[in-house]
Write a protein that binds this ligand. Sequence first.
Ligand code: ZN
Length: 299
Amino acid sequence: MVVRRILFGAAVLLSVNFVPGYTQDFGYDGTSGPNFWGKTFHNCVGKHQSPIDIELTDVKVKKFPPLKFENFDMALEKVILKNNGHTVVLTVAEGQLPSVSGGPLEGTYLFAQLHFHWGKNDLEGSENLINNHSFPLELHMVFYKSSYNDFLHAANHSDGLTVLSYLFEAVESENHRYDKFEEELVKVQNLGATAEVHDFVPVQQFIIDDKDAYFTYLGSLTTPPCSEVVIWIEFRQTVPLSHDQIQTFRQLSGTHGRLEHNFRPIQPLFDRVIYMNSGSYTYIKYTAFLLTILGIMCQ
Ligand SMILES: [Zn+2]
């Protein structure tokens, strides 16, 4: 009986440890790097993978309803920062969750977590590219569709998650909206380290104010299990951050030593269409230019 229990226990442990995609290790270099993810995580070689290169000449302009952000400007009652070996992740432990709706989304999506991707130096780091241009840092704010109840259930549906994605630009002066976060970031440099913070800054502090200038496309998680369940919303306006502030991210320790870079290379677009919201400033500027020309011609 005891032996049977032990065997049963071992079987449960084995099955839990080998749930595809959630427990096996992955990295960004060598044989654990992105080129090898597909061997263990079959979704990673799918046809709707992220990140991608957004070529401005190929995007299709479309007018989406306005994006609606809720609770973005409220202080977060209690948050947990964790170095999970692949990045630093911020989750909300107590208090009201930020949510997003509108734009390309049907229904409301609730905040699950935010995390970052970076590179060895300021010339690389972002996952998504624009006109093949890399940015030194990319912030992913991950939300799950509230009608699927929780993140894990949502991650099984093609419209289950949305990622609000923000690109960064390295500048000379510090962005003081990131002071509080940077203060906590140095506390989680060690692999597995966590920091609990009360009364943390609102998520609005992490991003830019322009909600209209964005690209959107259907894609995947950029880490294993690479599930193709993400509606990507990639904002065009960059967030400024100083070289030193970006450097702090590179001090984190990962599962394979210093986590100097953690971005996945771009994936083929295949049959997908990238949309640009027609409310975006690029579009408005272009339209204004055409109207001016027309006005001159009609005089
Ligand atoms: Zn990410």
